[in-house]
Design a protein around this ligand. Sequence first.
Ligand code: ADP
Ligand code: MG
Length: 268
Amino acid sequence: MNDILQSAPHTDLPALSLRGVSKRFGEAEVVSDFSLDLYAGEFVALLGASGSGKSTTLRMLAGLERPSSGQVLMGGVDVTDLRPAARNIALMFQSYALYPHLTVRQNIATPLRQALLSAAARLPGAALLSAKTRETEAAINSRTQSVAQMLRLDGLLDRKPGQLSGGQQQRVALARALVRDPSAFLLDEPLSNLDTALRHTTREEIRDLHRRTGHAFLLVTHDQADALSMADRIAVMIAGRVAQCAPAADIYHRPATREVARFIGAHR
Ligand code: ADP
Ligand code: MG
């Protein structure tokens, strides 16, 4: 890949960590003393009932919400006070709203263009800026092509989202999230609005993407079938706390607490 797009050098430190993170909204503590290490190449699911604090946890990782206490680290570096754009974490939500007036190509390229042009604008000298801009456009085009190819979208780059099937739109959203070659990929209930057929294809799509990119993936879901079929490791979240964090099979066969057993049992 082009130099300009290369992510941080590989280290053995976790791609993403939460260290004793808590979050209060007024009187209510919705996330309590949450610790988790997520390594490159891992696929972890955060599984819990609605209201257990999963999205708030994800939002703190992404920088959309500031912890009341504790730290967020990326590659061992404290990023607790870094704004979302400075973290290079990809996010995909349940409503993956594509820009309807932009082509597939523009939809995919937008986050990358924003990141690279704002970096170029900080360079001194107008001449240097325009040279950099040309170089940047070429890099954006080649990266957009390669991500589109990875998600089998190469023939659809000039269409608008309205001219695509639901599955194709889903793949554009994945491509857009991946275009900056993120250090971690966070997915918040990405399957919950999909019909059964599309749900199964999208599960496969996400698994496949994980295998091919080797990024750290964190999937938030209330659906244990999603967690068990996709994740290597599952953190079960109950009332703002991690009740158990273990390989998927252990969670299913050896729940550590009565609450975990009840949660898994209730959803079997
Ligand atoms: P989940 O994603 O597991 O359903 P959330 O993280 O969305 O859970 O929410 C956890 C709890 O925090 C809920 O009780 C929710 O109402 C509350 N909450 C989330 N965001 C806010 C906010 N911005 N202000 C006040 N309460 C919030
Ligand atoms: Mg949620």
